[in-house]
Design a protein around this ligand. Sequence first.
Ligand SMILES: *Cc1c(COP(=O)(O)O)cnc(C)c1O
Length: 396
Amino acid sequence: MKDKAEVLAGAGDNTRLAHIGNDPMDFHGFVNPPVVHASTVLFPDAATMEKRAQKYSYGTRGTPTTDALCDAINELEGSAGTILVPSGLAAVTVPFLAFLSAGDHALIVDSVYSPTRHFCDTMLTRLGVAVEYYDPAIGAGIARLMRPNTKLVHTEAPGSNTFEMQDIRAIADAAHKGGAVVTIDNTWATPLYFKPLDHGVDISIHAATKYPAGHSDILMGTVSANAKHWPQLWEGNFALGICGSPDDSYQLLRGLRTMGVRLERHQESALRLAEWLEGNDQVARVLHPALPSFPGHELWKRDFKGASGIFSIVLEGGSPDRFRAKAHAFLDALRIFGLGYSWGGYESLAVHVNLSDRTICTAPKEGPVLRLQIGLEDVADIRADIERGLAAARAV
Ligand SMILES: *Cc1c(COP(=O)(O)O)cnc(C)c1O
């Protein structure tokens, strides 16, 4: 590609995904970057070594492989810098450690990814940070929860498992007025369907394990910061000594190349199934932000460019003592869907959602919540599988 920066500046998402990151001409014209396995980097003389006056100085501080991935993510996020960490969970805990100190107060959305809550309730609390959970629907009302020592406001939109939307701009404005850094777990949308830094967020977090990797075989997290917060994020990560592995970075860059076309298919299949499920008498509610019936739909339409392939259904459960049996009957009848955690891979997955740790967004009363990750299989086959599950649940 000639005049790369200029061409990509005005290009569409899939064109950018095909060409961001490494420049083939930096490495003999090979299309993909080399996988550089490195701890030690050699210097030509003592003076260069003393000043570390060259691009690379040690493996933990980046290699051409990790740089290619970070550059690609920066292009997508519009961020000043990106760090790589070994999991999506670490992509939440590292910025929390980088920006919070003993005596600080942190506001965390109640519909947050459950292991994030576990970190907040255990290690973060032990380190002397006061943690408070807030309603995802709070919007500008978060100003009322801000204290003089509130240093971080964490958002996740849509929320894990129940998909509540948040007014990110309103929350970010109120948080900034109080001097707090605003973080988002943007895993569901990917930077293709929501660009947090354009909506006032300072730090965008991804479980790159999900759609960027796309094949259920890599664990990695990315954390991207705007210019104001990049130095502190970088320093926090440097102090902790965390870095991304070269092989995983290479695979992730490879995954990004097809993420746009994969997401289009995930989106289309998931939406078709969600619409069909909405009319099914075994289903009390479908929790999918792109459905007009969903409470946060207007926010989704205002801010997001698309929807990914994961949503939940609330089954008609009858009496609460049968919720669990109905959920298990549904799951055990499935043949194509795998029963497994995580999502974003090419294959369909289902799980009975546990919401017992919530304090505000508590479990629906109608029945059990089943989360469906819609994979790249043919939609007619996925639908037939869900019909098997619904028939088994009805028989309970
Ligand atoms: C899966 C997930 C994570 C954690 O990612 P891992 O790589 O599995 O640690 C974090 N946040 C959200 C919203 C997730 O869905």
